[in-house]
Ligand binder design. Structure first.
Ligand code: ZN
Length: 160
């Protein structure tokens, strides 16, 4: 069957940037499973998979805009070291959950200078064009319960 609204799709992928560097891959893991049309995956990839079928292979090119968004300068902020109470040592690459007006946001420490810590709330893949080398391994119809929950149930999905 073809991928449409409320299809449950399983696919293998290798994600590269425009420089050809591999950013992520499902190789050696179970395929990624998602509920189509529910916003489970980035919009640009969902659009490219629409209408495809099990066994199909494709290269899906997704712009930053339809991927993880453009880099937003205002998400890079300097915060005082005091804001990290209870954390013994802070190093670049560490991730923290920050409370913002728009809700919780995962931020990554990019530099530490004296009492000033710079954090970046952009997604690590923001601002990058993404190239997904995709092989669709399974397409089935979602159950009523999956549609109501907006996600996939079963071995590779939510357990509850
Ligand atoms: Zn559920």
């Amino acid at each position: 069957m073809q991928i449409a609204q409320n299809s449950v799709v399983a696919f293998h992928y290798t994600l590269t940037n425009d420089a050809g560097e591999v950013l992520d891959s499902s190789e050696g893991r179970e395929p990624l499973t998602y509920l189509h049309g529910a916003g489970n995956i980035i919009p640009g990839l969902e659009k490219e998979l629409e209408g495809k079928a099990s066994g199909d292979k494709l290269i899906a090119k997704v712009s930053a805009e339809e991927g993880y968004g453009e880099v937003q300068d205002q998400l890079v902020q300097e915060v005082p070291r005091d804001a990290f109470q209870g954390v013994e040592s802070i190093e670049p690459g560490m991730q923290f959950q920050a409370q913002t007006q728009g809700g919780p946001l995962m931020v990554t420490v990019t530099s530490v200078e004296g009492d000033t810590v710079t954090v970046d709330g952009n997604h690590p893949l923001a601002g990058q064009n993404l190239n997904f080398d995709v092989e669709i391994t399974d397409v089935r119809e979602a159950s009523q319960e999956e549609i109501e929950h907006g996600h996939v149930h079963g071995p590779e999905g939510h357990q509850h």
